[in-house]
Ligand binder design. Structure first.
Ligand code: GTP
Ligand code: ZN
Length: 355
């Protein structure tokens, strides 16, 4: 029987999926998915599974097109994308208020904005800030890099600050992904949201699943009085992957000012007739912000260039066929497999265990 289900937990290699009935089933990937295309379902993916009473696991036979994807460059590969999560309404960036790292936050914002989902920043461990002055300065520094429309919430799981505000973002029936580096306070926040009752999704007993200890990499957790949050282990590297749309969304003021540049290929670095330079002079944008925009855009285009080179090396670019092994579209819609079967090999999610 073929059923539709959502991936709610990823252990090593064996996704746990939830059926419409609420039942959980441990799955493996159908050979047709992994043989040549190395397609892997990620947390949040909607999939079609084939159940077979005789087999100990159900099989994922198709990964349905992804609506939102959280992407980064695969840290272990020169030209490969890694999908961290799919299909969510909100991205919550957990960033510690003590030890604030603005460069890192800018990057997190770009990656989050690139998903197209609503983005919110949760400034965690607010109780650890040593003085009100430090807090005021830190929050001001954050506000300076956050685009209009992106909420910023101070959170402390120790003082129970901001928990309800975060909960309100994840209303019933919606799903959010919580990203942030290791130790940012993600698990603590999820526990607070779940009010101690973290409903760790337990598998229906599969024949070989009994008593085995697996490292849980990604889990969807139901929060009290609300929807669900995807808890992910901290990601260290956040290399950009085809993220110009995310950069533009994170820096709308720079994009707006750039409309006034005399030349379309203006680099906004002291070029003649630069609208961005004019906006800095007028005090409308800080030079730091423009520098961040330029730096991230440059990184992104370098990566795109590498992807193109890799594409040519594999012959994809020369074949004239519509092979797009490095396109984000393939990551977005694994159905692209149907059109370019082998080529999805390098572009789809691997099981993102690397941190
Ligand atoms: N004082 C204080 N400590 C906190 C708060 N939130 C988390 N911590 C502590 O920070 C440390 C890391 O918190 P975690 O919730 O495990 O962080 P994480 O982001 O889930 O880390 P990874 O699982 O490695 O990705 C733990 O020692 C927590 O007790 C907070 O609001 N206040
Ligand atoms: Zn310019």
């Amino acid at each position: 029987m073929i059923l539709k289900a959502q991936v709610v937990q990823l252990d090593r290699g064996f996704p746990l999926v939830r059926l419409a009935s609420g039942d959980l089933i441990r799955c493996k990937h159908a050979t047709s998915l992994v043989k040549e295309a190395t397609q892997r379902a990620v947390i949040g993916d909607w999939v079609k599974i084939e159940t077979d009473d005789a087999a100990d696991k159900a099989q994922i036979v198709e990964i349905l097109p992804r609506q939102q994807v959280l992407l980064r460059k695969d840290p272990a590969e020169r030209s490969m994308v890694q999908v961290l999560a799919a299909n969510f309404d909100t991205v919550i960036i957990a960033h510690p208020l003590p030890g604030l790292n603005i460069r890192r936050l800018e990057r997190e914002l770009v990656v989050a904005c690139d998903t197209g989902a609503r983005v919110v920043v949760a400034l965690t461990k607010s109780d650890l800030v040593e003085s009100d002055q430090v807090r005021t300065d830190a929050v001001a520094a954050v506000q300076a890099v956050v685009a209009p429309g992106i909420g910023v919430i101070e959170v402390s799981t120790v003082n129970q600050i901001g928990i309800d505000a975060v909960r309100a973002l994840v209303s019933t029936g919606t799903q959010a992904v919580l990203m942030g580096r290791s130790g940012a306070g993600k698990s603590s926040l999820i526990n607070a949201l779940a009010d101690q009752e973290v409903q760790a999704t337990q598998p229906v007993r599969a024949a070989d699943g009994k008593g085995r200890h697996t490292t849980v990499n990604r889990t969807m957790v139901r929060i009290q009085g609300g929807g669900e949050v995807i808890d992910m282990p901290g990601v260290r590297g956040l290399g950009l992957w085809d993220a110009q749309a995310g950069i533009d969304a994170a820096f709308p003021d720079v994009v707006e000012a750039a409309r006034n540049c005399r030349f379309r290929d203006c680099r906004h670095q002291g070029d003649a007739g630069c609208g961005v330079g004019a906006a800095i002079k007028a005090g409308n944008i800080t030079p730091e912000r423009v520098a961040a925009y330029v730096r991230l855009s440059e990184e992104n285009s370098q990566q795109l260039k590498r992807n193109k080179e890799a594409q040519w090396q594999t012959g994809a670019g020369r074949s004239g066929r519509s092979r797009q092994p490095y396109s984000r579209d393939v990551a977005r819609s694994s159905n692209a497999r149907k059109n370019s079967y082998k080529t999805a090999r390098n572009s789809n999610a691997r099981n993102s265990n690397a941190q």
